[in-house]
Design a protein around this ligand. Structure first.
Ligand code: N01
Length: 533
């Protein structure tokens, strides 16, 4: 067999933060690795999400790789929260700096992966007919990478352009002088709405569920603060491996302080900005009465900003506790509704009846639109993996195995699918923590595991059904100790009609989870079968 025909030690699917680091880490350990990426460039979600206002709500100094001390010292972030363009520049820099591009095949979508039982490896087929064999297949496909358009009556008959925030045209979109509709008020909608409002002649926002949003107070990073943070990077990174993101955590419950102190604390955090706000008291995510106090604070803020009382009322979330849907972070979101060219349509009161060529009909009124923006989210967490026809032992499909919701061991592997790893898969903390912290942990665990298999002369590793069942129960129990399952969120698959409702991320501190993963490895991969000398 020529070198070219040799199976890859690993084929990684996706060239976002996860795929790039997996390539780097495995290659550094002497493995033959190839990355397949459907897009024409690296970057994953940061390649696709080019909508105006797109930026990360984890502070830039934390939302970055920790694996290379020189990289983290040398890269200069310009703002407290990095824009999509800056994050993409960083990812491209990483791809060049570590010479990753020569092992990335762009414009290549994996369509089918079949476990070959006689070879103990994966046979892969791409959309352009390329066939590959890999001993290990690593899904770095992202938690929020399958955009979802809304299923609204006759939407296809609309004659204007329809843009999804998660697949934004690279050349940008000029909304000047247009009548624009935006459907969706999650993190993407809340970021894009103020930007479009500044350009469009008329903006109509179609809101199904009001979300809680806190101000970002984004600003340029001062050299001094950047240097100070970088001087303590090792300590910061170590702490992030325990807690995910470096928020100000507290041991105090919301009712252990007076009402006045509680309000002052909310006020202080609101004025600092960002997701830190939701960590004001330790019981806000577990005690509904405590949660009501912070939710009331935000509702009062909305009423104070939005001048039209009815609009303010519609913007006040009232059907889920704060934080049970991903909290949004905004710049001037609520203020946007005071603009004369912005209108809110509350779909709870007046649902969309149907689209037509020129716009949309709502409660008997035709609203003319020149362009439509769908900030309608993703088939989250399991969607990207299930988009590939994956067949494990006996030709059984993953879609069949996950028909009642995703089942994994540690969010890393799935029984019946040997040597198939997922980075930040369902059943791991994934989207509940700083994604890059979760990604780096998984890549290291997977790399150690593959090394271990090779050193011990094993060809396969596979989760046992019993261990997987225990893990699924454990993940479910962790979610139910919190208020998280109370919202119809994408964490639960509730945004996709017909998707089984299972709380997918593991709601434990990442430090706890890391120790659980380490214990499994230390016990010779307890709960997994290692076989095939
Ligand atoms: O998507 P979403 P997103 N008719 O699913 C509405 C990350 N992110 O792209 O709530 C009308 O949250 C839907 O309504 P409802 C972050 O983790 C981060 O905004 O289902 N409306 C909802 O309002 C985030 O959580 C950043 O009732 C419809 C919206 O569309 C995740 O990505 C920035 C509808 C979808 O909200 C996803 O955020 C952006 C319909 N048929 C994203 N279907 C930052 O770091 C859906 N909706 C800042």
């Amino acid at each position: 067999m020529s070198e070219a025909d040799k199976p890859w030690d690993a084929v990684v699917i996706g060239a976002g933060f996860a795929g790039l680091y997996a390539l780097h880490a495995l290659r550094a350990r002497g493995k033959r690795v190839l990355v397949l990426e459907a897009a024409a460039g690296v970057g994953g979600v940061w390649y696709w999400n080019r909508y105006p206002g797109a930026r990360c709500d984890v502070e830039s100094l934390q939302y970055s790789y920790s694996f290379d001390a020189e990289l983290e010292q040398q890269w200069q972030w310009s703002e407290r929260y990095a824009s999509q363009a800056e994050i993409l520049r960083y990812i491209e820099h990483v791809a060049d700096r570590f010479d990753l591009r020569r092992h990335i095949r762009l414009n290549t979508r994996l369509v089918c992966a079949t476990f070959n039982e006689s070879q103990d490896g994966w046979d892969l087929l791409t959309d352009d007919g390329l066939r590959l064999r890999a001993q290990h297949c690593i899904m770095a496909t992202g938690a929020l990478s399958v955009p979802r358009l809304p299923a609204i009556e006759a939407i296809e008959s609309f004659e204007g352009p329809i843009h999804h925030t998660g697949a934004w045209p690279h050349e940008g979109v000029d909304f000047s002088n247009l009548r624009v509709g935006v459907i969706g008020t999650g993190s993407s909608g809340i970021q894009v709405i103020p930007q479009i409002a500044r350009q469009a002649r008329q903006l109509t926002v179609f809101q199904r569920t009001a979300n809680f949003s806190v101000p970002a107070w984004n600003r340029p990073l001062q050299d001094q603060e950047q240097q100070a943070f970088k001087a303590a990077y090792r300590e910061h990174r170590a702490r992030a491996r325990e807690v995910g993101t470096l928020y100000e955590f507290t041991d105090k419950g919301a009712f252990e302080v007076s009402e006045h102190e509680r309000e002052q604390e909310y006020e202080r955090r609101w004025n600092k900005g960002g997701v830190n706000f939701v960590h004001a008291f330790k019981d806000l995510s577990t005690n509904l009465a405590a949660n009501d106090t912070i939710a009331d604070f935000v509702r009062a803020r909305i009423r104070a900003v939005v001048k039209d009382e009815q609009v303010a009322q519609s913007l006040c979330p009232n059907d889920h506790p704060l934080g049970t849907k991903r909290i949004c972070v905004d710049t001037g979101y609520y203020e946007t509704y005071n603009r004369p060219n912005v209108r809110l349509v509350d779909l709870k009161k007046t649902p969309i009846e149907r689209f037509g060529p020129q716009g949309v009909r709502v409660a008997g009124e035709d609203i003319a639109l020149d362009a439509l923006v769908c900030a309608t989210g993703y088939d989250a967490l399991s969607g990207a993996v299930l988009a590939i026809d994956i067949r494990g032992r006996g030709g059984v499909g993953l879609r069949e195995k996950w028909a009642q919701g995703p089942r994994t061991l540690l969010g890393l592997m799935c029984a019946g699918f040997p040597n198939l790893f997922m980075i930040t898969g369902p059943g791991s903390p994934s989207v509940l923590v700083n994604m890059i912290v979760g990604i780096e942990h998984h890549v290291q665990w997977i790399s150690d595991c593959i090394d271990h298999l090779q050193q011990q002369g094993h060809r396969t590793i596979e989760a046992t059904v019993a261990a997987q069942d225990r893990w699924v129960e454990h993940v479910n129990a962790a979610a139910h100790r919190t208020l998280l399952p109370m919202a119809n969120s994408w964490f639960l698959g509730a945004n996709i009609p017909g998707k089984p409702r299972v709380f997918m991320p593991y709601a434990a501190k990442i430090g706890v989870y890391r120790r659980e993963c380490q214990e499994v490895a230390d016990q010779g991969y307890a709960g997994f079968i290692l076989s095939g000398a």
